[in-house]
Design a protein around this ligand. Structure first.
Ligand code: PHE
Length: 446
C-alpha cells in the first residue's frame, strides 16, 4: 500500500499552520503576555521564535521529509539503527501526553461555545463568571463529557487519513479561523479605552525581562510551533519532495506569530477597555473574557465567534498530535488505521479523564506543588518539549551528515536561495540552538 500524503502545497501549509495555531495562540500566549509584562515579553518571543525555533522547525522538517517515515523509524533509519531511535519513540509518547490534557481544555471550549450560544454571559458579574468557571471545571461529569466529545471528533478526523481527513479539515477551517479572529480583533480595537490594551502589547518595558520571562517565552515558542514532539516531523513526512522546506517552515512560523499577535489584539484591548487585569493566568480566556463579552455591545455574538475559533484552533492542533502515534502504530506495528485510532483514543481518554478530574474529585492529589493537570502541562511544555527540541537539533547538527541535510534543505542543490542560506542555518542548528536552549532552560530554573 502506498503511503498517504498531502495533496497540494496549500494543503500541506494549512495543515502545518493548523498544528501550530492552537490553544497555544488563543489561550496560552495571551495569559503569558499578561503574566510576563506585555510588550517586552512579545519582543523576546519573536526573537526566539525566529532565531532558535525556526531552525529547530527546519531540523524536524528535514528529518521527516528525508525519511518519509513515522518519527520512530525516521530516527532509526537516518541514524543507521542506532540508539537514536529511542529519541524517536520519545517524540511519539510526548504528544500523547499533551493530547490527553489538551483535549480537556478543548472540551472546555466546547462547553463555553455551548454556553455562549445560550447567551449565558449576558450582564453577569465578574465573580459570577469566576464561579461559573470553577463550578464547571470542578464538577465530574460535564468536563468528562466534553473531553470525550472533543477527543472523539479529533479521532474521527484522523481516522479518515491525511489527504481526505487532516488536509481537508484544515483547508476549510484555517481560513475561517483567520477571519473569525481578525473580526474579533478589529471589533475589540474599536472599543473605547482599547488603547491601553494596545500599549500593553506594543510598548515594551525592558526592565521586565528576566531569566524566567525568557524561559517562559522559549517554552511558549516551542509549544506554539509544535516543536520537540514528532508532530512537524510526521507532517513533513507527508510533504512532497518538490516543496521548499525553507518556504514552508517560514510561512508556518509567520502565520503562527500572526495568529498569536491578532489573538493578543483581540483580547487585550477588550480586557483593558473594561478596566480588568490581564494577569489572571490560565483563567483569562474562560473567566475574564466571558465577563468582557457580557459587557460589550453585541458581546453575545462575539463570544460565539471566539469560542468557536478556540475550538477550531484546538482541533487542527489535536489531530496533529494524534497522527504522530497513529503513523507509528500503522507503519511499525502493523495496526490498521482504524484500530490504531481506537487504541489511542482509549489511552488518551483515560489520561485526559484523570487530568480533568484533577480539578474536582482528584484535586487533593498533589504532584510537585500543583494538581495533576498542572504537572502534565509543566512537565510537557517546559521539560519534555525542551528536551525533545534539544535532541532534535543535536541529531540533525551532529549525527546527520552535513551533505545530507544540505541535500534535503536545497532539494538536491536546486534551490539557490536555500543553498546560500545553508551556512547560517547550519551554524544556528549546530551551535546556537543547543547553547541557547540549555542556557535559557538553566536560567529559568535559577
Ligand atoms: N502548537 C499547538 C498550539 O499552539 C500545540 C501543539 C503542541 C500541537 C505540540 C502539536 C504538538 O496550541
Amino acid at each position: 500500500m502506498s503511503r498517504d500524503s498531502f495533496g497540494s502545497r496549500f494543503g500541506a501549509l494549512v495543515a502545518m499552520a493548523g498544528s501550530a495555531v492552537g490553544l497555544g495562540n488563543l489561550w496560552r500566549f495571551p495569559y503569558l503576555v499578561g503574566e510576563n509584562g506585555g510588550a517586552a515579553f512579545i519582543i523576546i518571543y519573536i526573537l526566539l521564535s525566529f532565531l532558535i525555533c525556526l531552525p529547530i522547525f527546519i531540523s524536524e522538517f528535514v528529518i521527516g521529509r528525508r525519511s518519509q517515515k513515522n518519527a520512530y523509524a525516521a530516527f532509526r533509519d537516518l541514524s543507521g539503527g542506532s540508539a537514536w531511535r529511542w529519541v524517536g519513540l520519545f517524540t511519539i509518547i510526548v504528544p500523547l501526553v499533551v493530547l490527553s490534557y489538551y483535549s480537556v481544555i478543548g472540551g472546555w471550549s466546547v462547553e463555553y461555545l455551548l454556553k455562549s450560544v445560550t447567551f449565558a454571559f449576558e450582564s453577569a458579574s465578574q465573580s459570577a463568571m469566576s464561579t461559573m468557571f470553577s463550578d464547571f471545571v470542578s464538577s465530574t461529569w460535564g468536563p468528562l463529557l466534553v473531553h470525550t466529545g472533543f477527543l472523539l471528533v479529533t479521532t474521527l478526523i484522523v481516522v479518515v487519513g491525511i489527504k481526505d481527513g487532516i488536509e481537508k479539515f484544515s483547508k476549510v477551517m484555517m481560513p475561517l479561523l483567520f477571519f473569525m479572529v481578525l473580526a474579533i480583533a478589529i471589533y475589540s480595537m474599536t472599543l473605547p479605552g482599547a488603547k491601553a490594551g494596545l500599549d500593553y502589547l506594543f510598548n515594551p518595558d525592558f526592565s521586565k525581562i528576566t531569566g524566567k520571562a525568557c524561559a517562559a517565552a522559549l517554552g511558549q515558542a516551542f509549544f506554539s510551533l509544535s516543536l520537540g514532539f514528532g508532530t512537524i516531523m510526521t507532517y513533513a513526512s507527508y510533504v512532497d519532495k518538490k516543496e521548499n522546506i525553507l518556504f514552508q517552515s517560514t510561512a508556518t512560523a509567520v502565520s503562527d506569530l500572526m495568529f498569536a499577535l491578532i489573538a493578543g489584539m483581540a483580547i487585550m484591548p477588550a480586557v483593558f477597555a473594561f478596566g480588568l487585569n490581564p494577569q489572571s493566568g490560565p483563567g483569562l480566556v474562560f473567566e475574564t473574557l466571558p465577563f468582557v463579552f457580557g459587557q460589550m455591545p453585541a458581546g453575545g455574538f462575539v463570544a460565539i465567534l471566539f469560542f468557536l475559533a478556540l475550538l477550531v484552533a484546538a482541533l487542527t492542533s489535536s489531530i496533529s498530535m494524534l497522527e504522530v502515534a497513529v503513523a507509528y502504530l500503522v507503519e511499525e506495528k502493523g495496526f490498521s488505521r482504524v484500530w490504531a485510532c481506537v487504541v489511542l483514543f482509549v489511552i488518551c481518554w483515560v489520561v485526559g479523564a484523570i487530568c480533568s478530574l484533577s480539578f474536582g474529585p482528584l484535586s487533593d492529589v498533589n504532584i510537585g506543588g500543583g494538581n495533576i493537570f498542572d504537572f502534565f502541562d509543566n512537565l510537557s511544555s517546559n521539560i519534555l518539549m525542551t528536551l525533545g527540541s534539544l535532541l532534535t537539533v543535536l541529531f540533525v547538527g551532529w549525527r546527520l551528515k552535513k551533505t545530507d541535510v544540505y541535500d534535503e534543505f536545497t532539494n538536491g542543490g536546486t534551490l539557490s536561495r536555500n543553498a546560500k542560506l545553508f551556512g547560517v542555518l547550519w551554524f544556528l542548528i549546530r551551535y546556537i540552538c543547543p547553547l541557547a536552549i540549555i542556557s535559557i532552560f538553566v536560567s529559568g530554573l535559577l
